[in-house]
Design a protein around this ligand. Structure first.
Ligand SMILES: Cc1cc2nc3c(=O)[nH]c(=O)nc-3n(C[C@H](O)[C@H](O)[C@H](O)COP(=O)(O)OP(=O)(O)OC[C@H]3O[C@@H](n4cnc5c(N)ncnc54)[C@H](O)[C@@H]3O)c2cc1C
Length: 383
């Protein structure tokens, strides 16, 4: 976005919430409980729902309906009495306090809070894996996978399908095990990249995950997917894998519109924030969730971290509007991680401790459902 023109005078006491992500739905819920006097709040978000991503494996496995994983935005908007602009942001000029939307309109603000998540960069993925754009089923944004997955399941009823999952991280492993549960007859391959599965995990955890995949008849290939067409996936080794469906679950990138926004970003293009979730370059901008990187390195980039930052973000936005100081979001010293195996089992890790089995799944299921339920119960203070 150009910075050559004269600065626009920002609207006074105007807060823009960009993206209805996991932290912002909690900001809306807090606003419904305790409105902030004299602050005009606008939510910019194109989607009518927030899909609670940690439940995606449960959805693919057939344990949850789509509805069970979705948080409707409209009731939150109504309860919090904010203005909802159903558009996406395409550019930001943080120095001019100006946000440009996909219909060309420009929004000015005094304060901005960003919670738009990360993206799968389709241009880059297409360069690395030609054919992915046309033939791959991307996990982000979720709408396409959510709509197409029931069709895949239906097709698999007529004959066993060959499914490949491209990726070697938590998401890819969870999805592979979820697909196995839903499609027990499918030939299932995880193309994990040359580093193999769970490469960043401690050795003990990695061994558990490798065994869990093996027990579920998932063929794990430590190889690179290099080309995809409608019938096969070509690998770096030159091998060709027959494939009816390819789920693309490779890593995430920062949204392109952050480039040139003037906000301080890390080497990968994610917004850097301090312990108060405040931009490290612009004191009137906050962010939480996957779009941001904590400078202290204390919050990982995942759904649970995005959820945990929500209450602090809400408190700090309220404090800023009231002229008070922001407070730090104290991230837990040891992050809890929960992975579902799709079949009612799972694994939990917390520091050096690991728990595998049904209890881990129950724990994850309870946490995820509780989050969705809590937001669904949001109502205005006088109701
Ligand atoms: C398949 C899969 C499985 C996962 N499983 C787990 C798990 O088990 N546990 C876990 O902790 N994490 C999991 N994750 C990671 C988790 O999904 C993310 O870390 C989490 O969704 C981040 O939350 P967020 O609020 O930052 O962003 P999001 O949940 O992505 O929400 C961002 C919102 O902003 C909106 N938006 C995006 N761009 C714009 C724009 N330009 N303008 C306006 N609005 C915009 C989007 O529509 C979306 O509603 C998984 C991810 C995937 C893909």
């Amino acid at each position: 976005m150009s910075t050559a023109t004269a600065p626009a005078s920002p609207d006074p006491r105007k807060l823009v919430l960009l993206g209805a992500g996991h932290a912002h739905v909690q900001v809306l819920s807090e606003l419904a409980r305790r409105p902030w006097p004299d602050v005009e709040v606008t939510l910019v978000s194109p989607h009518p729902q927030l899909f609670h991503f940690p439940m995606v494996a449960g959805y693919v496995a057939g344990r949850y309906s789509l509805d069970a994983c979705n948080i409707a935005i409209e009731p939150l908007v109504r309860a919090s009495a904010v203005t909802w602009v159903r558009r996406s942001a395409v550019a930001l000029d943080a120095n001019r306090r100006m946000l440009r939307l996909d219909d060309g309109t420009e929004l000015t603000y005094q304060w901005l809070s960003v919670n738009t998540g990360a993206v799968q960069d389709r241009d880059q993925i297409e360069l690395d894996l030609p054919g992915a754009r046309e033939h791959g089923l991307f996990v982000r944004p979720f709408a396409a996978l959510g709509a197409l997955w029931p069709k895949v399941v239906e097709l698999a009823e007529s004959r066993a399908r060959r499914v490949a999952i491209v990726g070697g991280g938590d998401t890819a492993m969870e999805l592979a095990m979820a697909v196995r549960h839903r499609l027990p007859q499918a030939a299932l391959t995880l193309v994990a990249g040359t580093a193999g599965v769970a490469s960043g995990q401690p050795a003990a955890m990695r061994e558990r995950l490798v065994l869990a995949l093996k027990q579920r008849r998932i063929n794990v290939l430590p190889d690179q997917a290099t080309r995809l067409n409608d019938t096969e996936l070509t690998l770096g080794s030159g091998a060709r894998l027959a494939c009816d469906v390819a789920l693309i679950a490779t890593g995430v990138s920062a949204p392109a519109w952050l480039q040139g926004s003037g906000l301080a970003c890390d080497a990968d293009g994610f917004m850097t924030v301090d312990a108060c979730q405040r931009s490290s370059s612009h004191a009137n901008v906050f962010a939480a969730g996957d779009v941001s990187t904590r400078q202290d390195g204390l919050l990982p980039r995942n759904g649970r971290a995005a959820v945990s930052a929500g209450p602090t973000l809400a408190a700090n936005l309220a404090a800023m509007a009231a002229g008070r100081h922001a407070t730090a979001h104290t991230a837990p010293a040891r992050a809890l991680k929960l992975l579902a195996y799709g079949d009612g089992h799972g694994v939990a890790t917390w520091g050096a401790h690991t728990l595998q089995g049904r209890v881990a799944w129950w724990w994850k299921d309870w946490l995820d459902r509780s989050f969705v339920r809590r937001l669904r119960q949001t109502s205005p203070p006088d109701s």
